[in-house]
Write a protein that binds this ligand. Structure first.
Ligand code: FAD
Length: 456
């Protein structure tokens, strides 16, 4: 048994766990942070950061390929995957070093090893027990597969896809959600022949249908093939290829099959159920203060039902540290968490989709501002729109966007939603010209009844 009694013992050093540790230590709490692999978790080592590095390399490839449209003479000679990986890994390792330094400087007791909950206030690591006034479960998630679909060989998950040292000639992506369309986008930019299979009727099915349809149009234009509304039936591989059979009898053959059908919670074999923590399909339900059904045991991040996003984990970690320090923080509104899909073109949203808003608020109004009227978007040669949803005569309750780089605009959308701004409030604020951000101002001008570069 460790001699010390900690204020907080955190199991898992990913986005949720380390954010909680950093904030709690800032508030003077004595914290133990237990991690079996690398501090930073999925997001830093196998998720957000490496995928966005690949997407940036993909953007450079596209810019080179399309350079003549801008009067620049350049030829794309090829993709050097080991060099792309070197660039990607160098970004990750710089951030990893920084994060390690941060944790060290905050005097957090960092424990390397596999932890297991052994009591409502105790986590065991290699025979040592760490006791805390509060225990935070933050063990994250893993890439799921489907029954009968074994990962191995040419059948891979995002983890293997991030380590590939070659560009496949062809790829099948099973799952048209965020991770699936991001890899489809990267590979297409790198020259791969890509086919996406999605069981639901649309790509990025959690988004407002207008965004899904716009992304589908853009992907069609990019010659990314996709089959929606059809389910996977089986897959077979040999040393040359992998063939997927769909439930409608269609078969697709490619070099690799990326399985991107969602992420499951890492909650087995870690002592949760054995110590009375209720699980719901493997996830850990929590109350408004992120407490599980066991008093003193809390959970953050991907194991908590809801959006599986790094910044949600950060937000929950910070909230929990402040709650445990008695600061009475404002509760997190899950709908106010921004969502960005970083494929080309990007999809970004916050708040409610049109049908969700209708169901929740009844009377609503919507407006779609086409990026065709936005100077900077024309300069970048991107198409898309900003769609706003407001309560009738009330605040904006949904912002939905498609277009190159629109992910960078979601910061303003998030303030608008979370501060319950009216279109009239935003319309009165002057936006810089020519920026894509200006489209946000124009959309609100139009919804407030005074369109500038748009028809009423
Ligand atoms: C390919 C991909 C791309 C993504 N892109 C984005 C993006 O662009 N933006 C975004 O917001 N989100 C993105 N995500 C999601 C994001 O990575 C997760 O939401 C986030 O990492 C969840 O944080 P977490 O702390 O809950 O879990 P994790 O980051 O998974 O961390 C959990 C940690 O716990 C450790 N652990 C588990 N069990 C034990 C144990 N028994 N003992 C000790 N340690 C243990 C693990 O080793 C891990 O380090 C992406 C995910 C993937 C897979």
């Amino acid at each position: 048994m460790s001699e010390d009694l900690f204020d907080i013992v955190i199991l898992g050093g990913g986005s949720g766990g380390y954010a909680c540790a950093l904030r709690a230590s800032q508030l003077g709490k004595k914290v133990a942070l237990i991690e079996e692999d690398k501090l930073g978790g999925t997001c830093l080592h196998r998720g957000c950061i490496p995928t966005k590095a690949l997407l940036h390399a993909a953007e450079v490839a596209d810019s080179t390929r399309e350079s003549s449209a801008f009067g620049v003479q350049a030829t794309l000679q090829g993709i050097d995957m080991p060099a792309v990986n070197k660039y990607k890994d160098s970004v990750v390792s710089r951030l990893y070093k920084g994060l390690q330094g941060l944790v060290k400087s905050r005097k957090i007791t960092y424990v390397t090893g596999t932890g297991k909950l052994v009591g409502p206030d105790s986590v065991e690591v290699g025979g040592e027990v760490y006791k805390g006034r509060a225990v935070v479960l933050a063990t994250g998630s893993y890439a799921r597969s489907l029954p009968g679909l074994d990962i191995g060989g040419r059948i891979i998950t995002s983890e293997e896809a991030l380590e590939m040292d070659y560009v496949p000639d062809s790829a099948i992506v099973l799952g048209g959600g965020v991770i699936g369309v991001e890899f489809a986008s990267v590979w297409k930019s790198f020259g791969t022949d890509v086919t996406i299979v999605e069981a639901l009727p649309h790509l990025v099915p959690a988004e407002d249908e207008a965004c899904s349809k716009a992304l589908e149009r853009a992907f069609r234009k990019r010659k990314i093939t996709f089959h929606t509304g059809v389910r996977f039936s089986s897959a077979a591989q040999d040393d040359k290829s992998v063939t997927v059979t769909l439930e409608d009898g269609k078969t697709i053959t490619a070099d690799v099959l990326l399985v991107a059908v969602g992420r499951g919670p890492r909650t087995t074999g870690v002592g949760y159920e054995e110590n009375g923590v209720t699980l719901d399909r493997g996830f850990v339900p929590v109350d408004a203060n992120l407490q599980t059904n066991v008093p003193g045991v809390y959970a953050v991040g991907d194991i908590v039902p809801g959006l599986q996003l790094a910044h949600r984990g950060f937000g929950q970690g910070i909230y929990l540290a402040e709650h445990l320090a008695g600061l009475n923080p404002a509760p997190i509104d899950e709908a106010g968490i921004p969502r960005v899909t970083y494929c080309e073109p990007e999809v970004a949203s916050v708040g409610y989709t049109e049908p969700e808003a209708k169901a929740k608020f009844g009377d609503i109004e919507t407006y779609e501002y086409n990026l065709g009227g936005n100077g900077k978007s024309q300069i970048l040669a991107t198409a898309g729109f900003i769609k706003l949803v407001r309560q009738k005569d009330g605040p904006v309750v949904g912002v939905h966007m498609v277009g190159s780089r629109v992910g960078e605009l979601i910061g303003e959308g998030q303030l608008i939603y979370n501060w319950e701004a009216y279109p009239e409030d935003v319309a009165a604020l002057v936006h810089a010209h020519p920026t894509q951000n200006e489209a946000m101002g124009e959309a609100h001008l139009a919804l407030a009844g005074k369109p500038l570069h748009a028809h009423a």
